[in-house]
Design a protein around this ligand. Sequence first.
Ligand SMILES: NC(=O)c1ccc[n+]([C@@H]2O[C@H](COP(=O)([O-])OP(=O)(O)OC[C@H]3O[C@@H](n4cnc5c(N)ncnc54)[C@H](OP(=O)(O)O)[C@@H]3O)[C@@H](O)[C@H]2O)c1
Length: 280
Amino acid sequence: MAKLDERIGFIGGGNMAFAIGSGLIGRGIVKPSQVLTSGPHIENLARWREIGAGTTDENNEVVEHTDIIFICVKPHMLEPCTTALKNTYVPSAKDGNKLFISVLAGTTVKSLEDKLTFFGSSEIKIIRTMPNTSMQIGEGCTVYTGNSHVTHQDLEKVHLMLNSLGVAQQVPETMIDAISGLSGCGPAFVYTIIEALADGGVKQGVPRQMALQFAAQTLLGAAKTVLLTGKHPAVLRDEVCSPGGSTIVGVHELEKGNLRATLINAVEKSAQRSAELGKK
Ligand SMILES: NC(=O)c1ccc[n+]([C@@H]2O[C@H](COP(=O)([O-])OP(=O)(O)OC[C@H]3O[C@@H](n4cnc5c(N)ncnc54)[C@H](OP(=O)(O)O)[C@@H]3O)[C@@H](O)[C@H]2O)c1
């Protein structure tokens, strides 16, 4: 797999940042010594130090010493974070080459351009992404879009990084909130489904650990079958529902419980909430 020579920064070292940073290090895309992460509480960045990355409680050090900078704070923290940077960051001639990558839900490219004004270049390069935490194990989903200053080479580097941690796709910005509801928030929906399937197993007498393992493996197997065969999930479902059999009885229960409508609603509400978060 190709490697990057650039230094990678993270402003905010929480769950999403760690999923990306540890994933990039774990996959060998960058060496730990190329990574620098900042956050207000240095003690909360211990896991970064454990994987060999540098840490600091000064965001301006990350901007100064790295080339590709992931912004990984909560959307409502963007404003205080960039305002503080305006007071501390000393602009440099090299600023124009730096690339900012936002993972913030709902926060538009325009809003990022308006807020990242601490910088020495008016032509700031910005990529907006919507990743998910499964990137930590190389099975993530990320969409991304760039502003007008981002070059083809920048997009190639971003694609290399994000795609090495799962699948990545460039999309129009208008699609990003929808993807946020689907795959950004989706892992939480699926964890709930796994837990519920396991509970069903436990209710029928399967030991808890085994029930969890089999529930998760069942999802993994079904997901891989969809991806590898290219068959529509409804076709695959029909294939396992023999007439008068046990599976169709269970599928009927899912329909009575509105599983499909509930998941559609969950994606819709999460997408709407993502868009709202960026407006606050
Ligand atoms: N988690 C997901 O599944 C997911 C998926 C897609 C996108 N996202 C996006 O990822 C972003 C981060 O979410 P998260 O789940 O990773 O949240 P999180 O775990 O709470 O991480 C946020 C981090 O920001 C740090 N922080 C707070 N104020 C800061 C400041 N002024 N400067 C630098 N760092 C600061 C926090 O440090 P302290 O804890 O020390 O205060 C914390 O480590 C959000 O914008 C979210 O929309 C998350």
